[in-house]
Ligand binder design. Structure first.
Ligand code: FPP
Length: 246
């Protein structure tokens, strides 16, 4: 990490935290123990982002598809989110973290929804790190709800729906007020986006690692950032245009 210049640090990192279950199973422990370790890993990564001066971090905690898991695991995860939120919010605020949740909240337990709203309010004045946690989130859901809102808005303003631009649609997506992720990381060996930020990842650099999420710490994040810093981002242009090597 020390060799990475400040201008090469990604502004926004998005992570699919995969491998908690396998981490636990390899140790003959219940999968929920892996998830608890996963929360510890998330805490360490948040701290590392503050240290590396990464400004935005988006973590995929629970996808729209995760409801298909055994009901015991789903309820254990919900309990874990609730207890972690209650326990961690103070330390997050002290570190300057602004917490925001993205996803369809209505389907979540009432108590969890309340705690999420409370944590958002408590951290609203912070701006050192924008931490977004995706819970009951799906990239297709995000695009569909943005399309609904954008069309409604166009009709209300008396604009023809045909004049709707990608930029206008982007203004209604879940992370509309934040820059798109520069770096996408997936731990746990799979090489998929799994319906995460489909719209926002259009130009992200993709980084996959076999390391299981509970083993992913500051050093591993540093490696991902160092890898990112060596890539040439062209955004559709030629390498000559962006002034780099071919
Ligand atoms: C992936 O492992 C983990 C999840 C789907 C659960 C959610 C993540 C955490 C509990 C960690 C951090 C949480 C917060 C709130 C920041 P998996 O169960 O898919 O693992 P496997 O692929 O090995 O089965």
């Amino acid at each position: 990490m020390s060799e990475v210049g400040a201008d090469k640090i990604p502004t926004h990192v998005a992570i699919v935290m995969d491998g908690n279950g396998r981490w636990a199973q390899a140790r003959h422990l219940p999968r929920t123990v892996g998830h608890r370790k996963g929360v510890e890993a998330a805490r360490a990564i948040i701290k590392a982002c503050v240290k590396f001066e990464i400004k935005h971090l988006t973590l995929f905690a629970f996808s729209s598809e995760n409801w298909r898991r055994p009901s015991g695991e789903v309820s254990a995860l919900m309990e874990l989110f609730l207890s972690a939120l209650k326990r961690e919010i103070k330390a997050l605020v002290e570190q300057g973290v602004r917490l925001q949740f993205i996803g369809e909240r209505e389907a979540l337990n009432e108590k969890l929804q309340q705690e999420m709203a409370r944590a958002e309010e408590q951290s609203a004045g912070q701006s050192r790190l924008y931490l977004n946690i995706a819970v009951n989130y799906g990239g297709r859901w995000d695009i569909a709800q943005a399309a609904q809102l954008a069309v409604k808005d166009a009709i209300e303003r008396g604009e023809p729906v045909e004049s709707l631009t990608p930029e206008q649609l982007a203004g209604f997506t879940a992370l509309a007020d934040q820059p798109d992720p520069d770096l996408f990381i997936r731990t746990g060996g799979e090489q998929r986006i799994s319906n995460f930020l489909l719209w926002q990842l259009a130009y992200a650099e993709l980084y996959f690692t076999d390391t299981l999420w509970p083993d992913f710490g500051e050093a591993e994040l540093g490696q991902a950032v160092a890898d990112f810093s060596r890539r040439q981002r062209r955004f559709g242009m030629t390498s000559e245009q962006v002034g780099g090597r071919v």
